[in-house]
Ligand binder design. Structure first.
Ligand SMILES: [Zn+2]
Length: 336
């Protein structure tokens, strides 16, 4: 009996986990067949009362000692588990912190804000119009009546017979003329849509439309304004040049080139070795358009211009494939 108890104490001391300890308890003190429990059950078989009492006392002592050892060992093992857990969960101030990823504005968003800021300095106020636009505003009132051939060149998304996803920001001009009359100066950045998708075209893109109407506004004013804009955005050495072009809503119409900011005008890959970059369309507002906007072309004249924000982003951040602007590659997005 004593040797069984001694074994029990040895095994308790050697138990390394709570599960192992529980197995030792069941082996020696298990309710039905524990090795020490059995001694107690057999007490009834001892005939001599005095011997039985003595034996009972010994069995009880051994059982109590074993139970106490079990309890102490359990407490020690539980404490060890808690300590280990604390060690694992401890805050180690010497470890390197996780890398912080800073967000940044999309290059096109930055361009739109910057252009608005530049023209705000010239007294232009920001204007906007609906992206789902009436055919009438998108085409007819900017001098592209039904059946006009140039409608065909703008691959249009039609909503229904009367409405389109606007193909240009020019309808904002008409809306603003009708609403505010003359004189006025507005800058209207916004989304435009065409059924185009290749290296230089995206079905959704941003145009920035500018309009200035007053008495005696001339081509010279347009040139001065665009020069100021080009220098503010691309640096003080930029020059601009006009090339005759054709738009329905302006007369005369011009394409505007900016001297290449990559090579400074000497010729490089970006400017196809011409020294100039095609950036804007512009011109004097067509008298028909002024009249459509409720403004008398006998009194007022004005100029308008339109520029692609993606094109500006492409030039400012030197991006080869314009589609990158919308592919959400963070390596590109971080460049701005
Ligand atoms: Zn160049």
């Amino acid at each position: 009996m004593h040797s069984v108890a001694a074994h029990a104490l040895d095994e308790i001391a050697g138990a390394t986990g709570l599960d192992g300890l529980e197995a030792v308890r069941a082996l020696y003190l298990g309710r039905g067949d524990g090795l020490l429990t059995i001694f107690r059950k057999q007490l009834g078989a001892v005939v001599d009362p005095q011997a039985r009492r003595q034996l009972g006392q010994t069995v009880n002592e051994l059982c109590e000692r074993t139970a106490k050892a079990l309890e102490e060992r359990r407490a020690a093992l539980e404490a060890a588990v808690r300590t280990r857990q604390l060690e694992i969960e401890a805050l180690d101030l010497t470890r390197p912190a996780p890398r912080l990823c800073r967000g940044s504005l999309h290059p096109v968003t930055k361009i739109l804000r910057e252009v608005r800021r530049i023209f705000a300095q010239l007294g232009y106020s920001a204007a906007s119009g609906p992206e789902i636009e009436y055919d009438r505003y998108n085409f007819t009132l900017v001098n592209m009546p039904p059946g006009h051939p140039s409608r065909e060149t703008q691959a249009t998304f039609f909503i229904d017979e009367w409405r389109v996803l606007r193909t240009q920001t020019s309808p904002v001009q008409i809306r603003s003329m009708i609403q505010h009359g003359a004189p006025q100066r507005i800058i209207a950045p916004g989304k435009t849509f065409r059924r185009d998708y290749d290296a230089t075209h995206f079905p959704m893109f941003h145009q920035i439309e500018g309009l200035c109407i007053d008495e005696g506004v001339s081509l010279g004013d347009l040139k001065g304004t665009l020069e100021y804009f080009a220098r503010s955005l691309f640096g003080p050495d930029r020059g601009i040049r006009f090339r005759p072009h054709h738009f329905e809503f302006t007369e005369p119409s011009l394409e505007v080139d900016i001297s290449c900011m990559v090579c400074g005008g000497d010729g490089c890959k970006t400017c196809k070795h011409s020294g100039w970059l095609e950036v804007l369309g512009a011109g004097m507002v067509h008298p028909i358009v002024l009249r459509n906007g409720g403004i008398d072309p006998e009194i007022y004249s004005g100029f308008a211009f339109g520029v692609g924000a993606e094109r500006l982003a492409q030039l400012l951040y030197v991006i080869e494939d314009g589609r990158l602007v919308y592919e959400n590659d963070v390596r590109y997005l971080r460049q701005g």
